[in-house]
Design a protein around this ligand. Structure first.
Ligand code: ADP
Ligand code: MG
Length: 421
């Protein structure tokens, strides 16, 4: 059936209980239902999952959803099962399943019960799975977190490079849907080329977050005091402070505590129990502040994070956008404050020293963009959006005055003089 023959609004309500599509969802859903290769670029929280879940539910056959993280797959499958009385509606296929579980999955797919099958890219290389999937009706293949295919993305995964060949083997004309929250033109180009879908219908949402205020301050030896002052001025509000190293996370969390701020540390060196406890304390508002490495944040959905502070500058604009994006999810205030010193850039460069040359070159180019952002005297929002290939009107655009440079214009040399080298 084509999209004009299906009442998609009715299906949206029936399966998900939503009255309206969000943003570009409706166009995406139609494109998929009409069997077009489709490329979806939407910021985190934009509602990408529904873009392929709804088509999968209304189409004949099973949709394969490629996703990099087992935990994310499990969440999605549980959510889908919650929408239906039928537990077979969605399955995960991966190496942790027992023989019997695999049998159930295959049975449900053959019967046409399973509308979505989540797989990790490495599972798809298994010959017996490919043989099986060739023998059943596949509606389309959705590739979530499609930036993993690109070395220019923040999470390159070589297994994603094999997808095009594997999908070809599954059948000649299976539509491919690629989805990502990475908006840089380079990554997008890589995705389309690597998947061989340069003809895809492309849907790109705006990455502008008008309620976020962007600020960069020079990082001096008094940075801890600066942070304490900021947090105290915002007392009672939730915030995240990112540091590069675990050691710094521990130290800063302690410094904050000593200064009467309720804060907990979070990094991958803590045991799972402590991590979970600290995360819960933050979510339940038993503490105001979490001091963390980038290990914190994936899938954290706290709507009222009021500030995100970077004690150390991150390795790319992409990372900065993702990390600051955790502020102001509810549309309310969100202050994004980064402390910048050029010597931190040199530190990051040193970390890359042992890596393969190609990786170093990419890392270096991404870092230089970060330097340019930190040192710019122009609208920071315009800078970020330009990086993502998006035009922004710095006078009338939504959120135009929400940054330090626009509020307090500086001449370029002054801005640079501020920076501690
Ligand atoms: P993404 O993958 O783009 O980061 P998700 O698919 O996880 O985003 O969706 C983010 C949130 O938006 C989810 O809580 C989801 O339930 C909600 N959502 C998606 N579509 C709609 C809609 N049409 N109406 C209301 N909420 C929606
Ligand atoms: Mg998603």
């Amino acid at each position: 059936m084509s999209s004009v023959e299906i009442d998609l609004h009715k299906k949206l309500k029936q399966y998900f209980g939503f009255n309206q599509f969000k943003g570009l969802q409706e166009g995406v859903v139609k494109s998929i239902v009409d069997n077009h290769n489709t490329f979806v670029i939407m910021p985190t929280g934009g509602g990408k999952s529904l873009c392929y879940q709804l088509p999968a539910l209304v189409e004949e056959g099973t949709a394969i959803v490629v996703s990099p993280l087992i935990a994310l797959m499990k969440n999605q499958v549980d959510a889908l099962r919650g929408l239906s009385s039928n537990d077979g509606i969605a399955h995960v296929l991966n190496s942790s399943l027992t023989k019997n579980e695999i049998k159930t999955v295959m049975h449900d797919i053959r019967e046409g019960t399973t509308k979505l099958l989540y797989v990790a890219p490495e599972s798809l290389t298994k010959e017996e799975y490919i043989e099986f999937l060739r023998s059943v009706k596949i509606s389309f293949v959705a590739i979530d977190e499609a930036h993993c295919i690109s070395e220019w993305g923040h999470d390159f995964r070589p297994e994603y490079r094999n997808l095009k060949t594997i999908i070809k083997r599954l059948g000649g004309d299976i539509p491919i849907i690629a989805l990502t929250a990475t908006a840089t033109p380079k990554v997008q180009e890589d995705i389309l080329k690597n998947l061989g879908i340069t003809d895809a219908n492309t849907f790109k949402a705006s990455f502008n977050r008008p309620n976020l205020f962007y600020e960069v301050r020079p990082k001096t030896k008094n940075v801890d005091a600066d942070i304490i002052r900021f947090v105290k001025q915002n007392s009672g509000k939730s915030g995240i402070i990112y540091c590069l190293s675990r050691k710094r996370v521990e130290e800063l969390a302690q410094t904050l505590q000593v200064n009467g701020i309720s804060a907990v540390p979070y990094h991958a060196g803590l045991d799972a129990k402590t991590r979970a406890r600290h995360q819960d304390m933050f979510l339940m508002e038993d503490v105001d502040v979490v001091v963390a490495t980038i290990a914190f944040g994936m899938g954290i959905d706290k709507p009222d994070v009021r500030f995100v502070i970077h004690h150390d500058i991150p390795k790319s604009i992409e990372s900065y956008y993702q990390e600051t994006g955790r502020a102001g999810r509810d549309g309310g205030e969100g202050h994004c404050l980064a402390f910048y010193a050029y010597k931190d850039i040199e530190k990051l460069e040193k970390f890359m020293a042992g890596k393969p040359v190609a990786e170093q070159e990419i890392g270096h180019a991404l870092l230089q963009e970060m330097v340019a952002y930190a040192e710019t005297s122009m609208s920071r929002r315009k800078f970020i959006l330009h990086y993502f290939g998006e035009e922004f009107d710095e006078v009338n655009g939504d959120g135009a005055d929400m940054d330090d440079n626009v509020r307090n214009p500086k001449k370029k040399h002054e801005a640079k003089d501020d920076v501690v080298k």
